[in-house]
Ligand binder design. Structure first.
Ligand code: S3P
Length: 436
């Protein structure tokens, strides 16, 4: 959605001290979805109260799940059991959230009632057949609008387990199939062409459902109840990526990022930055429930361009906007290939990042599946995020090393994943003003 909210970021400066990361978006979505269909009360700590996750929470409430939010980051879900959801009285609005929509398609495929899923203009442009196709093979009746939302799911279908190889490496599609598999007879098996985030598998196990996972094959048996549990959401490594790159570009001494989820299916950003010469130290490794977390100590580093290994792309898929900024300020050439999925995110992140980087004087060429960036310097200027939260935040960080101030338009959607970003960035030393 186009809107007037703008970030004005004064150029230069440094970051210092410590920041603590808010809860992970992917894990927060799953916590209320699985808590809602579990038997008993699930308590969640450090839930990310962003617009995207609140869309999933709102959808579960609309289907009759009582969910209390007694204090910041704490959510108490009164699970209704696998078959206890009720028909919503209106279309379920998933806002900007692809995860909310695709996971809900899997959930709704197994219900006794009909439901319709809608979203904002960005989500309404995004492909949904990738989830609808395997769900139909399981017996679901799903209509999309020329492949896109609105999506209508007709209830009352008997689902059967399938064995399915994903066409794109997508954790959302994998999760939709596994969630539908809970409602299916027999075994549901997903093969993934490359490793994708495994939060669904880990969390289902926390809810007492055995999930077998080895060598890119994930399997579960249908009809098993979820047993309520206690969850602590790890900090979001995708949100921390902005602060990691800020520290690499402009830390004034060691810069500490606390409570970062380091699930190995999410740490592609750390591996890619390490190849670029980043000095990031992983301290205080521990567990938040079933997810590993750590604190990251970031040191200012001279980054160099690299050819990003393609196997790391799905493990860093949400971090490319800020990686492109890092590459534009690195020495030498960075080539990203095999990243065509970026074209169907909240915006076309290849086109939108190339447009903004060019406006700031970078030498960046968009390719069908990535970008070629000859690193150098950035000047100030005006860019637009095209309503994409991660693009807005990436260009805010770029101002730490640009030679002039940067104005970023259309930034209201930062609240979809990181509502406190501007405050946290100011606390760390960035000079960000937000006008509405
Ligand atoms: C997500 C999976 C990824 C990611 C998205 C969150 C998830 O999407 O980009 O932000 O929570 O499963 P894909 O499944 O399309 O790769």
């Amino acid at each position: 959605m186009t809107n007037a909210a703008t970030f004005y970021v004064t150029h230069g400066g440094a970051v210092r001290g410590a920041v603590t990361m808010p809860g992970d978006k992917s894990v927060s979505h799953r916590s209320v979805l699985f808590g809602g269909i579990a038997e008993g009360i699930t308590e969640v700590d450090n839930f990310l109260e962003s617009e995207d996750c609140l869309a999933t929470l709102g959808a579960m409430r609309a289907m009759g799940v009582r969910i209390a939010r007694p204090s910041a980051g704490r959510v108490v879900v009164e699970g209704v059991g696998l078959h206890g959801l009720r028909a919503p009285t209106h279309a379920l609005d998933m806002g900007n959230a692809g995860t909310a929509m695709r996971l809900s398609m899997g959930l709704l495929a197994g219900q006794a009632f009909d439901a319709t899923l809608v979203g904002d203009p960005s989500l309404t442009r995004r492909p949904m057949e990738r989830a609808a196709t395997p769900l139909r093979q399981m017996g679901a009746v799903i209509a999309t609008s020329a492949g896109r939302p609105p999506v209508t799911i007709r209830g009352g279908q008997a689902l059967q387990g399938i064995e399915y190889t994903l066409e794109v490496a997508s954790a959302q599609v994998k999760s939709a199939i596994l969630i539908a598999g809970l409602y299916a007879t027999g075994t549901t098996i997903v093969h993934e062409p490359a490793v994708t985030r495994d939060h669904t598998e880990r969390m289902l196990r926390a809810f007492g459902v055995p999930v077998a996972s080895a060598g890119g094959r994930i399997a579960l048996s249908g009809g098993q109840p979820l047993k309520s549990t206690q969850l602590t959401v790890p900090g979001d490594i995708s949100s921390s990526a902005f602060f990691i790159v800020a520290g690499l570009l402009a830390a004034d001494g060691p810069f500490l990022i606390r409570n970062v989820g380091i699930n190995p299916t999410r740490t592609g950003i750390l591996d890619i930055l390490a190849l670029m010469g980043a000095d990031i130290r992983i301290l205080n490794r521990r567990l938040a429930g079933d997810e590993p977390v750590a604190d990251l100590e970031v040191h200012r580093s001279a980054l160099r361009g690299i050819d990003v290994p393609e196997h790391l792309v799905p493990l860093a898929i949400d971090e490319f906007p800020i990686l492109f900024v890092a590459a534009a300020l690195a020495k030498g050439t960075t080539r990203v290939t095999g990243a065509e999925e970026l074209r169907v995110k909240e915006s076309d992140r290849i086109a939108v990042m190339a447009e903004g980087l060019l406006q700031l004087g970078a030498d960046a060429t968009a390719t069908p599946d990535g970008m070629i960036i000859h690193g150098g310097t950035l000047h100030g200027g005006q860019v637009t995020s095209h309503g994409d939260h991660r693009i807005a935040m990436a260009f805010a960080i770029a101002a730490l090393r640009s030679s002039g101030d940067i104005a970023i338009g259309d930034v209201a959607n930062v609240a979809t994943s990181f509502p406190g970003f501007a405050d946290l960035a100011r606390g760390a030393g960035l000079s960000v003003q937000e006008t509405r």
